[in-house]
Design a protein around this ligand. Structure first.
Ligand code: NOJ
Length: 548
């Protein structure tokens, strides 16, 4: 029996948006200094409009020593000089709005940079002072306080505590340069409400909130049984710093700020949580007075497996609808190995191990891209929003061979050079087939690009039927006129190796098996492969159809 999944009602833009993630350092470099900038992004708005996205999410663009790619913010109300100025940001937002594209900014509330004036003040102040209370300073254990206050690990490796000259320790769940803020301090709470208002007043339409599950720490600071060196919460109950109940109170405070601004300005605003929590916890972040959306990392983590993917989709849809939210779909971002590469590697590959020691040939590039095309079309047909990471619309792969001396990710430093980290998905993207940094900018690129990058550039794919770029363009256009307003989803049982569903007469079928599947009756609208076959669906392929 086919089962129908209800989609929560609502016409807000974010419920069905296609959001394009821009990593400012690596998108487009207007001033030729080898690093992307705001003007570069602004110059590419026509490209984004033609692609058909509804919003852009800007990774952090604030002043920062860039010890964690900008997630170490020194000033939340300004733009890093290397990226431009606040006026540039205003112009970018205005141009995006003129092109019908909304702008989501990245807010980083769990920690500041150690260059933030509050932390500079805290280090200069005395233990127990108001300046220190904005962060998490504690005395150490051991006879002379020489041992860290807890055994917590930094996500990037090594202990989560560092010691100041006066002997106290400060907490940093991430890099040593990213001290955690004290979210029980009223001044910290008030400051972030104000930062939300600042960016909304500047024109922002939404916020992606970094580490939204990590703000609250157990006041007793107990040790953990398991060193939590990964971003996920796993299933540790009552974890001392991930996914604690008290975090929902903060979510509600921010939602009230956005709701009030929405009324004041008459513009729909949203916030999306970066919460690496267990799937059961996700709907709690999506209650009507909390986040509008949360990234669906469960699906991102699925291997190429029909059963796991379908179960993950089902759960995300049911959970989102249960709290009146909409599901999100994301395959890649600046923190994970690009999905064309993941799908081209043998199942079970340890990606960091492969990046360190594995052979690039282990990845079947053609298969990876074929599967990436198929999964993208499947996600675009589902109810909810899709987040696209820059360059995936070109079918870009993870850059495998980055030499050690160019690695910039704190994961590389903190893991004592045992994990390369995330730079392989952050390499500046190619716009042209040749020339300095393949059109990224006139002054080279801050991370080296592969020599064959030009063949995947925008120029190489623009107008070329069957290219990944043209598939994205066609799929986004068709999605807007078909799937977006199609409401509820009904699973269709067609083949054990297929994920198939119907929405309002539109049918989406993905073949995860090795053999062809017969096309059912109906008009073929779009296929993720380039074969002219209109009778069968090849392996690793998605088709969109219209029922007769
Ligand atoms: C998640 C961000 O996506 C990642 O890039 C960053 O390193 C951590 N949060 C710490 O801010």
């Amino acid at each position: 029996m086919s089962e129908t999944i209800h989609v929560a009602a609502g016409n807000e833009w974010w419920r069905n948006a296609v959001v394009y993630q821009v990593y400012p350092r690596s998108f487009a470099d207007a001033n030729g200094d080898g690093t992307g900038d705001v003007e570069g992004i602004r110059s590419r708005i026509p490209y984004l409009a033609q692609l058909g996205v509804n919003a852009i999410w800007m990774n952090p663009w604030y002043p920062s020593p860039l010890l964690d790619g900008g997630y170490d913010v020194a000033d939340y109300r300004s733009i890093a000089p290397m990226f431009g100025t606040l006026d540039d940001a205003k112009r970018l937002i205005a141009d995006a709005h003129d092109a019908g594209i909304r702008v989501i900014v990245d807010l980083v509330p769990n920690h500041t940079s150690w260059d933030h004036k509050w932390f500079v003040e805290a280090v200069a102040a005395t233990p127990g002072s108001a300046a220190r209370d904005r962060y998490i300073f504690r005395d150490g254990k051991g006879e002379n306080g020489e041992l860290p206050p807890t055994n917590w690990s930094s996500v990037f490796g090594g202990p989560a505590w560092s010691r100041c000259e006066d002997g106290q320790w400060y907490l940093h769940l991430f890099d040593i340069s990213q001290p955690d803020l004290n979210w029980t301090n009223p001044e910290v709470r008030a400051e972030f409400c104000d930062i939300f208002r600042f960016w909304v007043d500047l024109g922002a339409d939404g916020f992606r909130v970094d580490v939204s599950h990590g703000l609250i720490k157990d006041p007793d600071f107990p040790d953990v049984d398991l060193a939590s060196e990964i971003l996920t919460v796993g299933h540790i109950e009552n974890h001392p710093h991930w996914d604690r109940d008290e975090v929902h109170e903060i979510n509600r405070e921010w939602r009230a700020v956005l709701d009030a601004k929405e009324v004041e300005l008459g513009r729909e605003l949203m916030m999306v949580a970066e919460a690496w929590v267990k799937p059961e916890s996700v709907p709690l972040y999506l209650r009507p007075d909390e986040y509008h959306q949360s990234f669906n990392f469960d699906f991102l983590g699925c291997p190429w497996d029909v059963g796991q993917m379908r179960a993950s989709i089902n759960r995300a849809l049911v959970d989102a609808a249960s709290v009146g939210s909409s599901a999100t779909w994301v395959l890649s971002n600046h923190d994970v190995v690009r999905h064309a590469t993941r799908y081209g590697l043998p199942g079970g590959t340890d990606y960091q191990e492969w990046l360190m020691h594995g052979s690039p040939e282990l990845c079947d590039h053609t298969l990876g891209v074929q599967r990436a095309r198929a999964v993208t079309m499947m996600l675009l047909a589902l109810p909810g929003s899709t987040y696209i990471y820059q360059g995936e619309e070109l079918g870009l792969h993870e850059v495998h061979g980055l030499p050690h001396e160019v690695l910039d990710d704190p994961v590389w430093r903190r893991s004592e050079h045992t994990r390369k980290g995330r730079d392989g998905c952050r390499v500046p993207i190619p716009w042209t087939t040749a020339g300095s940094s393949f059109g990224f900018g006139s002054g080279g690129s801050w991370l080296p690009q592969p020599s064959d990058w030009g063949a995947q550039s925008v120029e190489a794919q623009d107008g070329v039927p069957g290219s990944v770029l043209e598939l994205y363009r066609s799929a986004l256009a068709l999605r807007a006129s078909s799937w977006v307003n199609s409401g509820d989803l009904t699973w269709v049982e067609l083949d054990p190796y297929a994920i198939a569903f119907e929405r309002n007469g539109y049918l989406c079928i993905t073949n995860f098996g090795d053999s062809e599947i017969q096309l059912p009756d109906g008009d073929l609208l779009l296929a993720s492969d380039n074969s002219a076959d209109t009778t069968t669906i090849a392996a690793n392929t998605t088709v969109w159809m219209r029922r007769p």
